[in-house]
Write a protein that binds this ligand. Structure first.
Ligand SMILES: Nc1ncnc2c1ncn2[C@@H]1O[C@H](COP(=O)(O)OP(=O)(O)OP(=O)(O)O)[C@@H](O)[C@H]1O
Length: 455
């Protein structure tokens, strides 16, 4: 093979994506170099080689195939196929541009067959995933923000064969406002994410069930909050054009107005659920399809039982919520009515309240400094009272640096199940950045239930 402009090109295997055929007997290499961003993040940059000429068209095709398999190995028995879902409404509306500028050519050079969908309305991503044969794809790639990833996740569980489908990892190419999933996976740019998809490196992630009696059961990967955190997110929706700056503005407004929010909160700590290891609570499923062990009462096993009050008919078993009996009639005013292991938050009001599954809530905010992909729990953090604006600003400053847990008034509980009954007006209940009905919500963590693509 002979290069017209470059005699030698050294590309590390980790950088190589693949190649494309050029004019019959020619080819071009595609690769992604790594460098540090100003804020110290590992970012990939897309590069192409000069035109190489092979001895024949056949030799060029053979070399392209070889380079594609070397750079982007096939990880699915159905071949190199991706399900890509673009949300044109996410962030500043640039998801389509991000995809067609870089990501599409990377997948093409890697030799992927792409089944592409552009969402037409809210909820469309869920319909697409629910109706797709996920086992035939190497990954599901959402191009949008966390709301798009959340919709994709719902589609995994609304079918009887969900245990088969959750073996297909999902990925978020950051094109939304927060992009927390991308950030936590080290996918700091569209190119970085596309490169990671080609490499196919994945890791397990805990998922949590979110249930509101007589309603649908949702599945979430990131967070649940109300009060300050909800208001700085949903309350700044009209400032979407600003990008993630809107969250800072929302947070400042909350502390300057010294707002507090009332709720009844009950939870099961990891220790009280009989946690054996930091990577899973009692009954750790260790991924899809495996039998769960016992919950606190040691009686429930395995598959989903249609939980009282849920319209869902598929999905993982909710062992700890089953223990509560009739959810609609549960008396949260009386702590004694809760089963053993449950306890109430000892404060009626909080200035700050968040339960997070992952450390980063966007590219900048390390809201859950001690949270992790597969810790088997949510990190429930709260501050009962920010007594003055000065204290509020100090809290924000610490939170901005991910050091709020170093403040004595910011408390942390590692929980495997949670009930929140919001009582204050003027706020939202927010799950993974999406607001849900403002009423009692039941949550349970499923360790390592799904997989995500990571850098
Ligand atoms: N075609 C569409 N038209 C209008 N809304 C859509 C469409 N497709 C998806 N949506 C909705 O767009 C909303 C916002 O998307 P998404 O959450 O991905 O972006 P974001 O809010 O900017 O990012 P992040 O959640 O990371 O902050 C989602 O709630 C989704 O339901």
């Amino acid at each position: 093979m002979e290069a017209r402009r470059e005699q030698h090109l050294q590309v590390k295997e980790d950088e190589l994506i693949g190649a494309t055929l050029e004019k019959g007997d020619g080819l071009k290499l595609w690769y992604c170099t790594l460098s540090k961003s100003k804020s110290g993040q590992d970012i990939r940059h897309l590069r192409t080689s000069a035109h190489f000429t092979c001895t024949s068209a056949q030799a060029a095709q053979k070399t392209v195939n070889y380079l594609r398999n070397l750079g982007s190995p096939c990880k699915c028995s159905f071949g190199k196929r991706l399900l890509v879902i673009i949300n044109p409404h996410s962030g500043r509306g640039k998801a389509k541009k991000a995809y067609h500028s870089f990501v599409e050519s990377i997948f093409d050079a890697a030799g992927f067959e792409v089944v592409l969908h552009v969402t037409q309305h809210a909820g469309h991503a869920t319909d697409i995933v629910r109706n797709a044969p996920l086992e035939q794809f190497q990954a599901v790639v959402a191009v949008g923000g966390d709301g798009t990833a959340f919709e994709v996740l719902q589609g995994y569980f609304q079918v009887p064969d969900w245990q088969q489908r959750i073996k297909t990892p999902f990925c978020l190419v950051p094109s939304g406002s927060g992009n927390a999933l991308s950030a936590n996976c080290g996918l700091w740019s569209a190119v970085t994410a596309a490169h990671a998809v080609c490499k196919g490196k994945q890791r397990p992630i805990d998922i949590f069930s979110v249930l509101q009696p007589q309603g649908q059961c949702f599945y979430a990967f990131l967070s649940i909050y109300y009060g300050m955190m909800a208001n700085l997110d949903r309350g700044t929706d009209h400032l979407r054009w600003m990008g993630s700056v809107r969250f800072t503005i929302g947070a400042l407004l909350e502390v300057l107005q010294r707002k507090k929010y009332a709720a009844r909160v009950a939870y099961v700590r990891t220790v009280d659920a009989g946690i054996q290891s930091p990577s899973g609570h009692a009954g750790d499923s260790q991924g899809a399809g495996q039998e769960k062990g016992s919950g606190m009462n040691g009686s429930q096993k395995g598959e989903y039982r249609s939980l009282e009050g849920s319209t869902a008919s598929h999905g993982p078993a909710t062992i700890l919520l089953d223990d509560l009996g009739n959810l609609s009639q549960l008396d949260l005013c009386n702590a004694n009515s809760l089963p053993q292991g449950w306890q109430m938050l000892p404060h009626d009001e909080t200035s700050f309240f968040a339960a997070v599954n992952l450390p980063l809530l966007d590219f900048n905010s390390r809201t859950g400094p001690q949270a992790g992909f597969d810790t088997g729990c949510l990190d429930l953090m709260y501050v009962a009272d920010l007594k003055s604006r000065k204290e509020g600003l100090e809290f924000l400053d610490a939170a901005g640096k991910g050091k709020h847990l170093e403040l004595t008034k910011c408390l942390l509980e590692k929980v495997v199940a949670l009930i929140i009954e919001p009582l204050s007006p003027g706020t939202w209940l927010v799950v993974d950045g999406e607001d849900i009905d403002y009423r009692r919500v039941f949550v349970e963590v499923h360790p390592k239930l799904c997989s995500v693509i990571v850098a």
